[in-house]
Design a protein around this ligand. Sequence first.
Ligand code: PEP
Ligand code: MG
Length: 309
Amino acid sequence: LHQGTRQAQPKPSKIGPIPELQVMVNIDTPADLQEALTVAAEGIGLYRTETEVLMKGRLLTETEQEARYTEVVKTMAGRPVYIRLLDLGADKAAPWLRLPPEENPALGCRGARLLLSHPEILREQARALARASIHGPIHVIYPMVTDRDQFHQLHALFNSALTDLPSESLLHGIMFEVPSAYLQAGQLFQEIDFGCIGTNDLVQYLFAADRTNDNTGYDALLSHPVLWELIQELAKAAQAAAKPLSLCGELGGNAHFTQKIIAAGIQAVSANPKQVFAVRQAARRVTLNKSKGPSNKQGDNAEERKKAP
Ligand code: PEP
Ligand code: MG
């Protein structure tokens, strides 16, 4: 190879944490932790505990669960860890649970409802989480919660399993993914320690558009103003109650929406590790635009005036 024709290799540019947006990652099992560390994740924003259960076709024992959660907490060494209670049913079907057949599983016994109807599943997971929380705080996410009463029931069930186990390092919050929870956000934020937005199910239930059906125009709905109004209102409610709020659905990892997410008042997202770089890059553009300050704004206006007829 001639020296003169050699192309300069682009250096892999790393964008680390940025002030505008905390970027955490989603994991399915502790095996995903290495990738989370590689991208310098600022926390585990969503550990979907049901994924391994669905892959294995059985529930994990309490001891197995404790080992998984402990590994995550220890590996993240003080960075926030959000672990979701088993979110089973509908698109996360577990036929081996032998639930009665349903006409419409998306509106049936799933998420919070399934946990309430199978208290022993919730109790085992609660005990495993409590034992793991000895090694560091755990944010426990309750899935598909519809209102404050349902959160109370789940929370009481969770606590009833702990008796002699420590609970001081457990924080309790809900995934905001059913529209009714948005309408009760003010009351819910009085009770919960934090909130997570689940845009995948939120879009499905808000617009009656099946998330697994390509013919519902689901992707286009991600830009619908009604969705963004809801997100903005929830961010305000979280802020008024001084409770953390993060956005965890696929939208959180879609860099096309990062600036919109920040503009809506969201300060934390959880993305898949492969999306972290692009999300940080997009968020960094918000920082840069801000730092250009008012003189830049004037420039923009001048440009606009030039374009005007
Ligand atoms: C969601 O619904 O947006 C979410 C984060 O959870 P899942 O995709 O697992 O339902
Ligand atoms: Mg969901």
